[in-house]
Design a protein around this ligand. Structure first.
Ligand code: FE
Length: 354
């Protein structure tokens, strides 16, 4: 091969390789060209809790890195990040629900994070296997009951709620809530479609009223005597019990909590998580934020103020969470919540869970 020809071939190879590295690299590095970053980090978040704002302020205080927050619905934020492509301002994406986190990974908007601090802060089952997302808190979807009317020993499983003995007594929000969709998706993953459908049908037959309101409204309806048992997320119990509104705190006092399926597959838990976006321009700051949010101090604040369970095992928990004791949680890969999302929706519409 003549020299000029060889040079031409080499140049062509360089161009092709260069192109391949542009946007289609399947494993983008978390730390590309080292340029000193502006002291900002841009957060797109679908979590709307007061504690998150406090945490961002604390992070800025400690690091001098300003946190810009864009709030929105998870699906809309994912779409936006996709649409913005390499121009996106988003450095991290935060949301509730393992299914959505799995979907965000699937849609290619995230990239892996390599940090020994994060790996130490968060046990591997509470992170994506490739660290495309990292858990920041979990919550359990439990059964609550009227303390003055229900003997909690009568209910030990989610299945018990579908027993005709609770006809006209069961309160639960609409199936448009992802909390319920992921709950049913977990049952499909654990027990199969048929059993999941039978359960959903049993609950519909036991409805105290057509689904309405949010999780807290179910607790309020128990206090008002509309029904005796309800399904709700644990952190709402904490928020109600510690509410500044006396009415809300009174409601919380009237209800007890049951962690179902302790002898079998465990109570359904879901997770909030954070992921580094594929086209982040402030990766170092973003990783520092993730390290901070999963650190002991931030984790304790999440538990103390939002009553979610910390993912960092070294974090202390407030009295209420400790009073519930340790419980067995479902050991499911969170990806399965995404996998069975559609099926769960189909079942809900089939059985008439509005
Ligand atoms: Fe919520």
């Amino acid at each position: 091969m003549r020299l000029s020809k060889l040079v031409a071939v080499l140049m062509l190879m360089a161009i092709v390789t260069g192109l391949a590295g542009c946007g289609t690299d399947p494993k983008p590095r978390a730390n590309p060209e080292k340029v000193s970053e502006e002291k900002i980090v841009n957060v797109y978040t679908a979590r709307h809790y007061d504690v998150d704002k406090k945490l961002f302020a604390k992070f800025t205080e400690e690091t001098g890195i300003r946190v810009n927050v864009l709030e929105g619905k998870a699906e809309e934020l994912i779409e936006r990040i996709k649409r913005e492509g390499s121009d996106t301002a988003a450095d991290v994406f935060i949301t509730v629900d393992g299914g959505i986190l799995a979907a965000a990974k699937e849609q290619g908007i995230l990239q892996p994070v390599w940090s020994s601090i994060i790996n130490q802060n968060v046990p591997s089952h509470l992170r994506d296997r490739d660290n495309h997302w990292i858990g920041i808190a979990t919550r359990a979807r439990v059964i609550v009951y009227a303390k003055d009317r229900v003997n909690p020993q009568e209910i030990t499983t989610y299945e018990d709620l579908a027993d005709p003995k609770w006809k006209g007594k069961v309160l639960v929000r609409s199936s448009t809530s992802l909390y319920n969709v992921s709950l049913l998706a977990s049952f499909i993953a654990l027990h199969g479609e048929e059993k999941a459908e039978a359960w959903a049908r049993g609950i519909v037959n036991n409805f105290a009223r057509p689904p309405q309101g949010n999780d807290r409204d179910q607790a309020r309806a128990i206090a008002a005597g509309i029904g005796d048992v309800a399904i709700m997320n644990t952190y709402y119990l904490g928020l109600m019990a510690n509410s500044k509104e006396p009415e809300e705190a009174k409601v919380a006092q009237k209800i007890g909590v049951i962690f179902p399926d302790q002898a079998t597959t465990g109570t359904h838990i879901n997770i909030s998580g954070i992921g580094l976006t594929r086209h982040s321009k402030h990766t170092e700051n973003a990783i520092r934020l993730i390290e901070f949010l999963t650190g002991k101090e931030a984790q304790e604040l999440i538990a103390a103020e939002n009553f979610e369970f910390p993912v960092n095992p070294t974090a202390g928990k407030p009295e209420l969470l400790r009073s519930w004791g340790e419980f067995k949680a479902q050991e499911l890969n969170f990806d399965l919540l995404a996998q069975y999302n559609r099926k769960a929706l189909e079942i809900f519409s089939k059985v008439g869970w509005k």
